[in-house]
Design a protein around this ligand. Structure first.
Ligand code: KIV
Ligand code: ZN
Length: 565
């Protein structure tokens, strides 16, 4: 029996009944208005809140990303918060097309202080809130709905009154109201209090008020939240006077899904943080929501094309760490360990190149990593990786395009090493294995001296090869003719002890080594028992590269046989 027998003490979420819901048939077709709450909700949940310098750096990054509404803090809450607000305004940090948002509880003295804090700003959203949920009314405020509504409407009256001279003075001042813990509020009451606030703020279709509907604590499934939202929007009498905003937290780990469901249900604006920083399990992650849209062909109107730089700033300023598996930005999210995934990705890249459609059709990679300024490589190679991954690295990172038939042989060498070490192999280690097992193999048979002569008669040409070869202490000379260098070499070694192989296949391509271009040749030989062995040769001379490859293959077979003995 489970030891977790306390589950009965939890009260299940009571879904909002709704008939003929329409949201499941909708699609997200355009970006919402984004509002960053990093500098407020995010900041208040840090062990060490950001200092002035860090907040400024964060603010400028948000501006660069393209966020147009930024909640900068809670200026009535502390002197530091107040000072940072003043610094942003007086220091000329706020571009004309960016609106700062300031949060305040629905309490008169804090509202007054907030008006002082925003003096001189060009565009401001004054965001006030009070808790409306059944639970908060019962256990925190011990108040009925009328009492809670009065807190909100009194605050709305004061804000409206104080705003008039400020607006007359030229400030573009807008209002936002949050029924905090909206998700746990009876929807009919949520409609009632929000409608009252809209009226007290004199909201019109031209001067809309933002109604921000938070899942302060995420306590229901995304579909249940979407039902609440669709119901709320349908019932709100002055719908056209409101901008419906989401402020999802992530307690159930479904903040992104809730946001997406909320957008389907009619929300127009999203409050979020970078990488989901925020109270407890965080606010919803702006990057994930935005990039999810992007992968559906929708412009999120935010620029995450240098996500690593944004992550570095975030980690430096917040002292938080972005986990390895965090969508779009985590260290491991563009890495395939599994061999079959690596193969499929490889095929996807090849397909994209040959099809030339420009569409992204790569299995296991929902997004082109380069759109985020990242790379698919290095493929991380561990003992679960197959033959394709190592070949992919050798090709894309080092320019060695091995023939397909050689992938299993090199893959097995790499796999044996990962098993021996018990860790993953980085690209450089894979290259080292390639070098040790192919490029550096020049014994026991060594070509000490050689020359070619080519005679062409009409369409046919005859190549003659002379060579001096050493094995251990023995040196011998060979010579032979053929229709090309490889043929001539094989004829030259005919009858020697090393002549135990049939030539199967050969591939050669250019490879650049800094400013230098070299030829690399891959040769496949088959011994008398039918076992294949590969060799690789590299040289400035395109005739010599395949000979080195043949000797490499013969030497590798010989070394393997000596080991077996
Ligand atoms: O999560 C929340 O409800 C909030 C409000 C202040 C909007 O942060
Ligand atoms: Zn919040």
């Amino acid at each position: 029996m489970s030891k977790m027998n306390q589950y009965k003490k939890y009260i299940p979420f009571k879904p909002q009944p709704i008939e003929n819901r329409t949201w499941p048939d909708n699609l997200i077709t355009k970006a919402p208005v984004w509002c960053s709450v990093d500098l407020r909700d995010g900041n208040q949940s840090l062990i060490d809140p950001m200092n002035r310098q860090e907040k400024l750096e964060f603010f400028h990054t948000l501006v660069d990303i393209g966020v147009k509404e930024i909640e900068i803090g809670f200026p009535s809450a502390s002197e530091t918060e107040y000072e940072i607000c003043r610094e942003l305004i007086e220091g000329g940090h706020i571009p004309d097309d960016v609106t700062i948002q300031v949060l305040v509880q629905a309490r008169p003295h804090l509202i007054r202080k907030t008006f002082e804090a925003i003096a001189g700003a060009k565009n401001v959203i004054l965001h006030f809130y009070n808790s409306t949920s059944t639970l908060q009314r019962k256990v925190v405020f011990n108040m009925d709905c009328d009492g809670i509504t009065k807190i909100a409407t009194d605050a709305a009256d004061l804000i409206y009154e104080m705003a008039q001279p400020v607006i007359a003075g030229g400030m573009n001042l807008r209002y936002e109201y949050s029924p905090e813990s909206f998700m746990g509020t009876e929807m009919d009451y949520a409609v009632e209090i929000c409608q009252a606030v809209l009226e007290h703020l004199h909201a019109t279709a031209e001067n809309k008020v933002i109604l921000n509907l938070p899942t302060t604590v995420e306590n229901c499934m995304p579909n249940q939240f979407a039902d609440e939202l669709e119901y709320f929007i349908r019932k709100l009498p002055s719908r056209e006077c409101a901008i419906i905003s989401l402020h999802p937290h992530n307690d159930r780990g479904t903040g992104v899904a809730t946001t997406e469901a909320g957008l389907l249900a009619g929300a127009e604006r999203v409050e979020a943080t970078l990488f989901g920083n925020g109270e407890r399990t965080g606010n919803v992650d702006m990057v994930t929501v935005a990039m999810n849209m992007y992968t559906q062909g929708v412009d999120p109107e935010l620029d995450f094309s240098n996500i690593n730089k944004i992550r570095d700033m975030y980690e430096r300023c917040t002292k938080m760490r972005v986990p390895e598996r965090q969508p779009y930005v985590g260290d491991l999210v563009f890495t395939a360990f599994s061999g079959s995934h690596q193969d499929a990705i490889n095929k996807g890249f090849n397909y994209m190149e040959t099809s030339g459609t420009g569409l992204w059709e790569v299995p296991y990679l929902p997004i082109d990593p380069t759109d985020l300024g990242r790379e698919y490589e290095p493929v991380r190679i561990n003992s679960q990786s197959g033959k394709g991954g190592a070949a992919f690295i050798m090709n894309h990172k080092f320019g060695y395009d091995m023939p397909k038939a050689m992938h299993p042989e090199f893959g097995a060498i790499v796999q044996a090493e990962t098993e021996r070490l018990g860790t993953e192999l980085k690209a450089d280690a894979i290259y080292r294995l390639f070098k040790e097992n192919y490029l550096d193999v020049d014994a026991p048979y060594r070509l000490i001296k050689h020359s070619f002569e080519e005679q062409t008669m009409g369409e046919t040409s005859v190549v003659t090869f002379w060579g001096t070869i050493q094995i251990d202490e023995t040196v011998f000379t060979v010579h032979g003719e053929g229709n090309g260098p490889i043929d001539a070499f094989f004829n030259a070694i005919h009858g020697q002890k090393m002549d135990k192989f049939r030539f199967i296949d050969y591939k050669e391509h250019a490879i650049s080594d800094g400013s230098d271009s070299m030829a690399v040749a891959y040769v496949q030989l088959r011994d008398r028992e039918g076992k294949d062995v590969f060799g690789v040769g590299i040289s400035h001379n395109i005739n010599l590269a395949p000979l080195k490859a043949i000797l490499c293959a013969i030497n590798r077979a010989k070394i393997a046989r000596r080991k077996e003995k």
